[in-house]
Design a protein around this ligand. Structure first.
Ligand code: BDR
Ligand code: CA
Length: 309
């Protein structure tokens, strides 16, 4: 059984990642979920996480993390995810409980209390995870790897060079890449090919409770994606959990990845060292190719499983 901690900022694609992982409870145990200000404010993304977890009758501990990045102020993405951060669906009023303890302490204690190593999944700006590694460095021994959606080695989306999650908190991202913990990076190079088509979104309509929720959310996300030139919808964050659940969906290569933290046009850029005589050790498995059919199949199958509960 894999042991997972998921850090997220839901977010339409975060929602797909959460639903898919929850559906795989027989193979992946989610020890807890933390939220981070990103796609929307911390209050809003936490409410969205509560809505999703309540929707599936989950009992997974939910912890509210940090409001914003380590140094700069928070940059949100309402143009992609709407005013709530997860526009497109209406959820029943709920009071899904939040863990009241200090979030870093709680994550640390949870990870160090299980026998196996834990996989950390980062679906938003990497602030919470960076703080965890800085404040409790011994936690690194308990981490199998950190699977992130973030960055890209050929282009960005917020700026020509920087992807949203890294752009929001480059200092945090650099801490992760330099931590000595293995990283799996699902950057834009692969996530923009991990698309669901308009027809595949349409096929989810009215199929069952979870499928229909995904239909509503993805429908909004598809419409908002048009302004960025996407006809189909890349489900970026789902890549980071799909790799954990079934690595054969992807192909990748080991590289040394770094982040530009200078202020200037390259802020938030992730780059790899491709020099043949490079002496820097590889720190990241960079995902390069996705089998789109298997990827969408994983989502559809997971939703069908949730439909039965
Ligand atoms: C990333 O940014 C967010 O808007 C998405 O949820 C995803 O994590 C894609 O660049
Ligand atoms: Ca996200």
């Amino acid at each position: 059984m894999k042991q997972l901690w998921i850090d997220c900022d839901p977010g339409h694609d975060d929602a797909m990642a959460l639903l898919t992982t929850i559906a795989h409870f027989e193979q992946a145990n989610i020890l807890g979920i933390s939220t981070i200000g990103g796609n929307q404010t911390l209050e809003k993304v936490t409410k969205n996480a509560q809505n999703i977890l309540s929707f599936v009758n989950s009992e997974i501990p939910l912890v509210k993390g940090k409001e914003g990045p380590l140094i700069k102020s928070l940059h949100t993405a309402p143009e992609a995810h709407g005013n709530t951060g997860m526009d497109g669906s209406f959820f029943k009023e709920n009071h899904y409980p939040l863990v009241s303890e200090n979030f870093l302490q709680y994550i640390y204690q949870t990870i160090t209390s299980v026998e196996d190593k834990v996989i950390i999944v980062g679906l938003g700006p990497l602030t919470n995870i960076a703080l965890l590694l800085e404040v409790f460095p011994d936690v690194k021994e308990k981490i199998e790897y950190i699977s992130i959606m973030g960055g890209g080695i050929s282009h960005g989306n917020v700026t020509p060079l920087a992807e949203f999650n890294i752009y929001v908190d480059p200092e945090a991202a650099q801490i992760i890449f330099q931590s000595g913990v293995s990283v799996v990076m699902a950057g834009l190079d692969v996530t923009e090919n991990a698309e669901i088509t308009v027809q595949e979104i349409q096929n989810l309509e009215g199929k069952g409770k979870a499928s229909h929720l995904a239909y509503e959310l993805l429908n909004f996300y598809n419409q908002s994606g048009r302004q960025f030139g996407f006809l189909n919808s890349p489900i970026h964050d789902l890549c980071a959990v799909a790799y954990v659940l079934n690595p054969t969906i992807f192909e990748g290569e080991y590289h040394h990845v770094e982040v530009v933290t200078d202020s200037g046009t390259a802020r938030g850029l992730t780059f790899i060292d491709k020099r043949k005589n490079s002496k820097v050790p590889e720190n990241t498995f960079v995902l390069k190719e996705v089998n789109r059919n298997k990827f969408v199949g994983l989502l559809v199958h997971s939703l069908e499983k949730l439909d039965l509960y």
